[in-house]
Design a protein around this ligand. Structure first.
Ligand SMILES: [Zn+2]
Length: 283
């Protein structure tokens, strides 16, 4: 369906209802215009060459409407509560359970695990990370590694996988050779939930209703300094979450890090921005 421009403001209100972001699709095969479109809206990871799936807040969607591209509003996957328990790892914890799990990791394994509150958001949600290493807290001559998951608040597979990984490593230390080696030789940091305001957008008891964006309807994955477009590529000021992670990168020298999303099998070139080979490509 196509909506004339003059109706777009009211149309946007009707389309959004009480939502802060919508999910939609459209056919698109213009490689040359892709860069322009991807600056207006957030392209979802599962998009193909011809069919684009995307998220937009109201401002972004009104810009998209100006392109006069036919689109379709899509249903988002709903996280359904089930009867599983934490012990099967087939389960999304409540926000309070998440905080207490992170605290319990540190309390149960104090010699190899420390809990860090990297920052508290206006909502009261915390950006938490555990640091796992032998002699944890001592600055040793070891490489530092960071896993951070779910900066898109509705991409939550990695959230549970990271909690499970923490549990596995801590319980495997001293018995599992691989985990023992990693803990002894690496300074491991794991942040299971980088966008708690998005994940718990509908309340702290459930991730049903999770949003991609943060509480300000900003896509955190477009909010970082960009190698081509400068410090504020999305036109928004740095969000609290962004500042927290920029500060972390300033205070811990991570030799390697991995940022987990959900929805497709994608591995990005360094910078996630251009196809130039990285400076250490030979290595
Ligand atoms: Zn993502």
């Amino acid at each position: 369906m196509f909506f004339p421009l003059c109706f777009s403001a009211q149309k946007i209100e009707n389309i959004f209802g009480d939502k802060t972001e919508i999910y939609f699709s459209f056919d698109f095969n213009s490689k040359s215009k892709m860069d322009m479109v991807s600056k207006l809206i957030s392209i979802d990871h599962k998009s193909s060459k011809e069919k684009i799936y995307a998220y937009a807040n109201k401002t972004e969607f009104s810009e998209f409407l100006k392109l006069e591209i036919d689109y379709k509003i899509e249903e988002e996957a709903i996280y359904k509560p089930n009867n599983s328990t934490r012990s099967t790892w087939d389960y999304y914890p409540s926000y309070a359970e998440y905080e207490s799990m992170m605290q319990a990791f540190a309390d149960s394994f104090p010699s190899i695990c420390q809990l860090h509150n990297l920052g508290t958001l206006s909502s009261g949600h915390k950006i938490l990370a555990v640091q796992i290493s032998d002699n944890v807290g001592l600055d040793e001559n070891e490489p530092s590694f960071l896993y951070t998951s779910s900066m898109h608040g509705n991409e939550l597979t990695g959230y549970v996988l990271m909690l499970r990984l923490i549990d596995e490593i801590l319980n495997g230390y001293g018995t599992n050779n691989s985990y023992t080696y990693l803990v002894n030789e690496v300074d491991i940091w794991i942040n299971p939930l980088a966008n708690p305001d998005g994940a718990y957008a509908s309340g702290n008891n459930s991730v049903s209703g999770a949003t991609r964006n943060n509480a300000n309807s900003v896509d955190l994955n477009r909010n970082y300094p960009d190698i081509i477009d400068g410090p504020n590529p999305d036109g928004n000021s740095w969000q609290q979450e962004t500042v927290i992670f920029l500060d972390l990168a300033d205070s811990v020298h991570f030799n390697l890090s991995c940022n987990l999303h959900t929805g497709a099998e994608v591995f990005n070139y360094p910078w996630d921005r251009w196809s130039n080979l990285a400076a250490d490509d030979d290595w």
